[in-house]
Design a protein around this ligand. Structure first.
Ligand code: ZN
Ligand code: ZN
Length: 444
């Protein structure tokens, strides 16, 4: 299919001249006589290149550039601004507005052809980093907690031991860097990655469970997205109301943030997942739906040797009484239904070396939050016991729980493990903590 170029210019003679030259070179040429008509054609036709005049009626060239660059889905469209004026300030302003090149009229047609051939050379368009050939033998897998808090960051003296940043976990396995969720823990993680990789290329995959604030707010502050040598691939499922790209670009629109998503200099791909099973390099990943408002999933990562399951926001379907017997939740009156849902979750979690699970509430708190989509520590421990998880990390700590309160939750969790005579190791996810998988996982 021939590539499309849109010429936006109020000079009909110029459009015709350039159009003829480009058509002879195999380009499919579209024309618009003013900025607004041009923008309509851009969104309708999605051209590979826009050749845009600067001074023209109904939206000048700067506005046209800005408008195109505010649409993330048009990020591969190249913009060449052509102007009869040759001021450095115009060049700078056009670049700032998102133009890829600036030419001064009159333009020699073959100069233009050489320029757009260079701009649209397919080798310059980034391919998604689907499979990165290993450059070194795989290192033993490990993971690190960068944010363990639910809902909202909670800095302060009461949270120094377990941490105040929201959801973010780094997984390293099979030479892949996988980040689970982009809460505020993503900010220090980005700095750490850049310090570690220095000038080397950096390939990162971010798996988003859902787009509640505590899972995406670190993204605008994740420094690799500002470095052209970094490739960041963001994967997640479409939300209940808006596509993933719209949600992620929306949180960086003015007036919320000064840098629009479409203008980030890093190589960023946002891919909406359609299937529940997919690879990330040599890692096998499965997703499953959480019991949480909207569309929210958990991920199960098989590294080849280890199984890691991440369910940061999830309300277990089954409740357990003091003696460990299942009880129907108020939200799901039918015990049978709850059990059938739980059995799917048990299958998903089964045999995990590490399970990171939402355990936001203790039993009295949970009574007041049934149906909110978060876990009660008693039920979460029973779920992990029944799924024969080896090591459970209680996660998504409530913003109102200080370190001492979290110690009480852990004590309660360990009581249940003892009562069940289970070999399950249980700990509180702690910001900064590294969990290594080799040579063999040692219980906490
Ligand atoms: Zn959350
Ligand atoms: Zn949530």
């Amino acid at each position: 299919m021939s590539k499309k170029i849109l010429i936006i210019d109020d000079d009909a003679e110029y459009r015709q001249l350039m159009g003829e030259v480009l058509s002879l070179e195999g380009w499919s040429v579209l024309e618009a006589a003013d900025g607004e008509t041009g923008l309509e054609a851009v969104s309708r036709e999605r051209p590979d290149v826009v050749l845009c005049d600067l001074l023209m009626p109904r939206s000048n060239g700067f506005l046209v550039c800005r408008k195109i660059r505010s649409d993330f889905t048009l990020r591969h469209t190249k913009i060449v601004v052509a102007s009869g004026q040759d001021y450095d300030s115009d060049r700078l302003a056009a670049r700032e507005a998102g133009a890829d090149e600036y030419l001064t009229k009159p333009i020699k047609p073959y100069d233009l052809l050489a320029l757009i051939a260079r701009l649209t050379d397919d080798t310059t368009i980034m391919a998604p980093p689907e499979v990165i050939p290993p450059t070194a033998p795989p290192q033993p897998a490990w993971l690190k907690f960068w944010g363990v808090r639910g809902s909202v960051p909670t800095p302060g003296p009461g949270t120094v031991r377990y941490g105040g940043n929201t959801t973010c976990v780094e997984v390293r396995a099979q030479n892949q860097i996988v980040i689970l969720d982009g809460g505020t823990g993503l900010r220090p993680l980005g700095r750490s990655l850049l310090a570690e990789f220095q000038d080397q290329p950096l390939h990162i995959t971010i798996l988003l469970t859902h787009t509640h604030w505590d899972h995406i707010q670190g993204l605008p502050f994740f420094t690799p997205i500002y470095h052209p040598r970094c490739r960041v691939r963001i994967l997640g499922f479409e939300g209940a109301r808006r596509g993933l790209v719209n949600v992620l670009t929306g949180q960086m629109e003015s007036p919320y943030f000064p840098v629009p998503f479409g203008e980030l200099p890093g190589n960023i791909e946002v891919d909406e997942l359609k299937d529940l099973e997919f690879p990330v390099g040599n890692l096998r990943v499965r997703a499953w739906f959480a019991n949480h408002p909207g569309i929210c999933v958990g991920y199960r990562i098989h590294t080849g040797n280890e199984l890691i399951v991440f369910f940061p926001d999830n309300e277990p379907h089954c409740r357990y009484d003091e003696a460990g017997q299942p009880q129907p939740t108020r939200a799901e009156a039918s015990l049978d239904y709850a059990r059938s849902q739980e059995s799917k979750m048990i299958e998903f979690l089964h045999g995990a070396d590490v399970a990171i699970l939402d355990a936001q509430y203790d039993r009295p708190e949970y009574e007041k939050h049934v149906g909110w989509g978060h876990g009660c520590v008693d039920d979460v421990v029973m779920l992990a016991v029944r799924a024969q998880v080896k090591r459970l990390f209680l996660f998504h700590h409530d913003p109102d729980h200080d370190d001492n309160r979290l110690d009480e939750l852990l004590a309660r969790a360990r009581q249940i493990v003892t009562r069940e005579k289970s070999p399950l190791a249980v700990a509180l996810a702690t910001e900064g903590q590294i969990v290594r998988f080799a040579p063999a996982l040692q219980p906490a």
